[in-house]
Design a protein around this ligand. Structure first.
Ligand code: PEP
Length: 245
């Protein structure tokens, strides 16, 4: 049985005051025992604050890590620094990093390996652009993105990772893949993971909202969500987490 996981990606949003308010408001709702695991990924500068405020109620992750261990990489944050704060996750290969920071499949694979080496669980984002979907290239693109990581880290490494299928055309656009479109790709990802596939949690990301979360989570290969915009509103994020229970 795979435990459902809902991860909030705050992107470059927040402040000391806003983070505190958002977390307090979410944790007030999210009390007691739950079957679903919930994590939030604030900007790196707020990881320590959020870790402290979250207590045992939430897991914390970084939105990115450097591929390098330490040294002359001005502005970068290493995976071991994130692990040092007792964080559990690191998102790698988010499409915004791939697009705005020219991250290649190979660089993402290095970051994946660096995260695991530091004891973090990487959340590997994969997904196609609209042009690629329209050209029927979706599965080829996903296969290539996965292959780069498997070639670098080995198939067995996937058992200590999470994969997030995030169609680029659905991120922050209000467009969501239909549950059937998402299930098709999730099933394909699981197949690509071979014997390890059954154990790996595969999240869907792309304009997940309280109104569409339930029907996405009802699909057999969708194990939760990576949530951007809606994770900044405590009631919406809470409703999405509840839908995953
Ligand atoms: C994301 O940032 O990973 C994401 C899925 O964003 P949104 O939910 O806003 O589409």
């Amino acid at each position: 049985m795979r435990q459902a996981l809902v991860v909030g990606n705050w992107k470059m949003n927040g402040s000391l005051a806003a983070n505190s308010q958002l977390l307090e408001s979410f944790l007030e709702r999210w009390q007691g025992e739950h079957q679903v695991e919930v994590a939030v990924c604030p900007p790196a500068i707020y990881l320590a604050q959020v870790k402290q405020l979250a207590g045992d109620g939430l897991q914390i992750g970084a939105q990115d890590v450097s591929q390098a261990e330490s040294g002359a990489y001005t502005g970068e944050v290493s995976a071991s620094m994130v692990a040092d704060l007792d964080c559990r996750y690191a998102i790698v290969g988010h499409s915004e990093r791939r697009e705005y920071h020219s991250e290649t499949n190979e660089l993402v694979a290095e970051k994946f390996a660096a995260a695991q080496q530091a004891g973090l669980v990487p959340i590997l984002c994969v997904g196609e652009t609209l042009e690629q979907r329209n050209a029927s290239e979706t599965l080829d693109v996903i296969a290539e993105q996965l292959k780069a990581v498997i070639d670098r880290a080995g198939l067995q490494a996937m058992t200590d990772a999470v994969v997030a299928y995030e169609p680029v055309w659905a991120i922050g656009t209000g467009l969501t893949a239909t549950p059937e479109q998402a299930q098709e790709v999730h099933g394909f990802i699981r197949e690509q993971l071979g014997d390890t596939g059954d154990a790996v949690r595969i999240l869907y990301g792309g304009s997940v909202k309280p109104a569409n979360a339930g029907e996405l989570f009802a699909k057999p290969d969708i194990d939760g969500a990576l949530v951007g915009g809606a994770s900044l509103a405590s009631e919406d994020f809470y409703q999405i987490c509840l839908a995953a229970e």
